[in-house]
Design a protein around this ligand. Structure first.
Ligand code: CA
Ligand code: CA
Ligand code: CA
Ligand code: CA
Length: 357
């Protein structure tokens, strides 16, 4: 049976719409007015403070620290929507004085529990993107957008102007940095495609009775412990078949267990299978395809700490195999002669698109 031309045209007509929707979702502003913000300093006029940077109006944020580009200025924001992955930003010029517009901006991220201040030594910041030589804003309240690759999700963002447009405008900037608005474009993390009770197969039964494989996805801090990874002699992990059906997984979280950091995962691989049935952890009748590897996972610096890993994946799968190839072991100062253990694993993604015909 042939597809009628009208049906094909209909499908083509749908395609751009679908793209637009997904683009809009992926690139929405993760900040909102009222989110906690910390100014680089209080060197602002009373009515032009830092909250104006994300207030969704043309009201401007002005900071005098950047007079003559002597010092950086900007802000820290903690999006109230939670952990996000940011892959772009917009900057909107303020009402006047183009020499004060940003020319060089850096964006950093932090996953610290709390931010102690703009430049608090207890906080760790990681560079996400630098935008240099921003073109002149040719109008007031003009918005420029910048996109970059970033696979790391963060709780907090630090947005810093290192240089203003100043002399490029023909006017030396002896005043300040100013912006009408800044948006951080990105998305919240996709949800966990697994749920407690989903069929799981352990890499082996070499676990204490109360620390079996079901604990890996039970949504509690109860841990899964497998002794096969003592001395990193053998891999250990599990296969899970999400009961929601085929899913597209683009990330995972790993939460450390209650004790013994040397047992935490250091190298993990995730594979997918679309076989009808899984015959076991490593059954020769099954086909597994590599999806992503997380190598040199940073030390978990606390118990029940969650680390998140995001990756590109365009293939939906019915089954997932999560394998720990190495534990943190000696990096912690203690050799791991026991096992691998985790409090929880999440596979982040969405249900696979369904055939609508
Ligand atoms: Ca906004
Ligand atoms: Ca504003
Ligand atoms: Ca658990
Ligand atoms: Ca879960």
């Amino acid at each position: 049976m042939q597809n009628s031309p009208s049906k094909i045209l209909g499908l083509l007509a749908c395609l751009p719409l679908a793209v637009v929707i997904s683009t809009a979702y992926a690139q929405s502003d993760v900040t909102q007015p009222g989110d906690p913000v910390i100014a680089s300093s209080s060197n602002s006029p009373g009515s032009e403070g830092v909250a104006n940077a994300i207030d969704n109006t043309q009201a401007k944020y002005l900071n005098r620290d950047s007079a003559n580009d002597a010092n950086p200025s900007g802000f820290v924001v903690t999006p109230s929507v939670g952990i996000t992955r940011v892959t772009g930003m917009t900057i909107t010029s303020a009402n006047d004085a183009p020499e004060r517009d940003p020319k060089t901006v850096i964006l950093e991220g932090s996953n610290d529990t709390q931010v102690g201040g703009w430049n608090d030594p207890t906080n760790t910041w990681v560079l996400i993107a630098g935008v240099t030589n921003i073109p002149l804003f040719t109008a007031r309240f003009q918005t420029q957008a910048f996109f970059f690759q970033n696979f790391k999700p963060y709780r907090h963002y630090r947005w810093t102007v290192l240089a203003t447009q100043s002399d490029l405008t023909g006017t030396h900037n002896s005043c300040c940095m100013q912006v009408a608005e800044v948006e951080l474009l990105g998305s919240t993390l996709p949800p966990d495609v697994t749920q407690p009770g989903d069929p799981v197969i352990a890499s082996s039964s070499n676990s204490p009775g109360s620390e079996g494989v079901a604990n890996a996805i039970d949504n509690t801090q109860a841990k899964y412990l497998n002794r096969d990874s003592a001395n990193d002699a053998n891999p250990s992990g599990f296969v899970v078949t999400p009961s929601i059906g085929s899913s597209l997984v683009t990330g995972m979280t790993i939460t450390s267990a209650n004790d013994a950091p040397e047992r935490d995962p250091k190298t993990v691989i995730l594979e997918g299978s679309n076989d009808a049935d899984i015959g076991g952890w490593n059954n020769p009748t099954n086909t597994w395809t590599f999806i992503a590897g997380a190598t040199n996972i940073p030390l978990f610096t606390a118990r029940f700490q969650t680390q998140t890993f995001l990756f590109d994946n365009f293939t939906p799968y019915k089954h997932y195999r999560w394998t720990v190839l190495a534990t943190q072991s000696d990096l912690t100062g203690t050799h791991n002669s026991c096992c691998m253990q985790v409090a929880e694993v999440e596979l982040l993604g969405t249900a696979a698109p369904q055939d609508v015909t």
